[in-house]
Design a binder for this molecule. Structure first.
Ligand code: ADP
Ligand code: MG
Length: 586
């Protein structure tokens, strides 16, 4: 029956820095990182997709609102056009003076204005001198001079239909912007023609825009292509510049030039500095565009609202993972501490077993020394009795010198063995000479009934392990062999090189070359129950005061520290082979 007392994990190898302690579990750094990073990545991913969702929703709404506002503006301008067409028909072929007196014409203008309420502010007809001849707001109309109006100047310059800027309309004093076209030509008249003017109420437009916007910071602007602002929600402060603005005309042209479906650009308002997503649409053929600006902060707020739940679950997941990691790390730390404690105990055991081995050898040594002393005494007695025979005295002196030399060798060997403990930190050893010296020492010290037979090849690779630990291990195995043969016998010590092949399923050793040192006896052997427990500290079958149960535990500890294994092969009544497997170096 064979048993291998090997480490249940690949043990640390002697000689590597810090090899006496198991290295810190580095995997936990990754686990901690993963516990934080995985939920964080999840939240970031959700954040990005949510942001793109929020933006897509906003873009769709922006497009819908802008289109609705464009339709509204188109209808409003169409109404103005219809009004101008109606006045044009009513004034065709009539002279200025007749129109000035015509209450019916005034009635028509008032009716058209009422029909276009609230966005239509007023309607008037001006003569070829730019003076008002008929108006919706009063009868008879005061001949207010309109020649300073830019839309009239543009008409004179040849434009077919013009859109004016927001002005305070004379004589009523209300804010308005006009749409103007030339009056139909009068029969027989040459030179400048009169003008038909209808005007928008920008406040009414702004009120409608106010009812359309989604957020308090959203902006709707009706602007001329040259940047002049015609109507706006929120209403601008009275001193804000509303005339043509080249700095606004360029971005407006860019906005209008964007292809359909392009992402709306973010622009900062020159009035309040707020950054908004803008969509602009041209109003028919009119030199006018409608703009919708959506506050970017509203987007961020919507995103925050939608992120609350994923963020909370991300935090909860991170918390849970951290707690689990902490529990796992604590478990691993405890296991590591236990392993460290075990290694320390085993190292102490190694020292104890060496002391025991010295004690074990001391008995045999005393016996040898006694023999030597005996030889010296008989030598001196012989010298005394044969003092006259110089040849005999010389022979006795030679015998005494030989005895003294043997004594010196014994004491030297013992001292060397006793001091060996100092080199516990050594990392490699030469097994062959160590075993040869041990065999000689054991042969003298195991006792007179036991012989040691060594079979050691002349050359062996160097092996991992400290020499002192190795010697103590072999002495322990030899002592067990002796104890297994109470009536005396032969203890065999052998050594050889063995190879563990690659990937052998269920092997207890790493693949590679090993130096094996074995101690064999033909003694009482062990049954399965004993074999299963050997190597357990303090397990002994020997009587009180005879066994400590520390021998095999310390041999096993030595093998593990060196990255090897102790294999014990035993059968009751037939004997035992205990083999120390140490990794070969180089
Ligand atoms: P101890 O020798 O102090 O009892 P060990 O750890 O050296 O402690 O051995 C533990 C037990 O293993 C022994 O008590 C004995 O029962 C058994 N054992 C060890 N080596 C042998 C062997 N060569 N032959 C038979 N039994 C052995
Ligand atoms: Mg023992």
């Amino acid at each position: 029956m064979r048993i291998a007392l090997n480490p249940d994990r690949p043990g640390p190898r002697l000689g590597t820095p810090g090899s006496k302690r198991p290295s810190r579990p580095r995997g936990f750094v990754l686990l901690w990182l993963a516990a934080l990073l995985l939920p964080a990545l999840g939240v970031i991913g959700t954040g990005l997709t949510t942001w793109s969702d929020v933006r897509r929703d906003a873009e769709a709404r922006l497009e819908r609102n802008a289109e609705m506002l464009r339709q509204h503006a188109l209808r409003a301008f169409a109404t103005q056009e219809a009004i101008l067409a109606a006045i044009s028909r009513a004034s065709t072929g009539r002279d200025w003076e007749a129109m000035r007196q015509d209450a019916e014409l005034h009635g028509l203008l008032a009716e058209l204005t009422a029909a276009g309420q609230p966005v239509v502010r007023g309607v008037l007809v001006a003569d070829d001198q730019d003076r008002v001849v008929s108006a919706s707001y009063e009868f008879p109309a005061r001949p207010t001079d309109l020649s300073d109006r830019s839309y009239l100047r543009e008409l004179r310059a040849g434009a077919g239909q013009t859109v004016g800027e927001v002005l305070v309309a004379r004589p009523m004093g209300w804010p308005a912007f006009g749409i103007a076209r030339s009056a139909p030509p009068r029969p027989g008249a040459e030179g400048p023609r009169g003008t038909l003017v209808t005007s928008f109420n920008p406040d009414a437009l702004a009120a409608f825009y106010a009812s359309v916007v989604e957020g308090p910071q959203d902006v709707v602007t009706l602007a001329r292509l040259d940047g002049a602002i015609l109507a706006r929600h929120p209403v601008l402060p009275p001193n804000a510049p509303t005339g043509p603005r080249p700095e606004a005309a360029a971005p407006l042209a860019q906005l209008l030039g964007l292809p359909r479906g392009a992402p709306p650009p973010v622009l900062a308002s020159p009035f309040d500095g707020t950054r908004r997503l803008f969509v602009a649409k041209r109003v028919g053929e009119w030199p006018v565009a409608i703009l919708y600006g959506l506050d970017q902060r509203a987007l961020v707020a919507a995103w925050r609202r939608r992120m609350a739940a994923p963020l909370a679950s991300g935090l909860a997941a991170a918390g849970l993972l951290l707690v689990l990691t902490a529990i796992a790390a604590r478990g691993a730390r405890e296991q590591q501490l236990a392993a460290e404690r075990r290694m320390e105990a085993e190292a102490r055991l190694a020292g104890a077993s060496r002391a025991a081995a010295i004690g074990l050898l001391a008995a045999g040594l005393a016996h040898d020394v006694k023999n030597l002393v005996q030889a010296v005494r008989s030598g001196t007695r012989l010298m005394e009795s044969r003092a006259e025979d110089p040849a005999e005295v010389r022979r006795c002196a030679g015998l005494l010198a030989a005895s003294a030399e043997r004594g010196r060798q014994l004491v030297d060997g013992m001292l060397a063995f006793a001091h060996g403990g100092a080199e516990l930190e050594a990392t490699e050893l030469d097994v062959a000479p160590a075993l040869r010296e041990l065999a000689e020492l054991l042969n003298r010290t195991l006792g007179s009934g036991w012989q040691v037979k060594a079979e050691i090849p002349p050359e062996l690779p160097r092996a991992r392990g400290d020499r002192a630990g190795f010697e103590a291990a072999v002495v322990n195995l030899a002592a067990n062999a002796r104890d297994a043969m109470p009536r005396g016998g032969r203890v065999e010590i052998a050594a050889w090189v063995a190879t563990v092949p690659e990937a052998p399923g269920g092997e207890d050793l790493q693949p590679g070359r090993y130096v094996v040192a074995a101690v064999r006896d033909r003694g009482i052997g062990m049954d399965a129950a004993t074999l299963a427990r050997i190597g357990e500290p303090f397990f002994t079958t020997k009587g009180v005061g005879l066994g400590t149960g520390l021998g095999l535990a310390s041999v096993r500890g030595f093998c593990e520290r060196a990255g090897g294994v102790l294999r014990v092969d035993s059968e009751p009544g037939r004997g035992t082979t205990a083999a120390i497997w140490l990794p070969a170096v180089g």
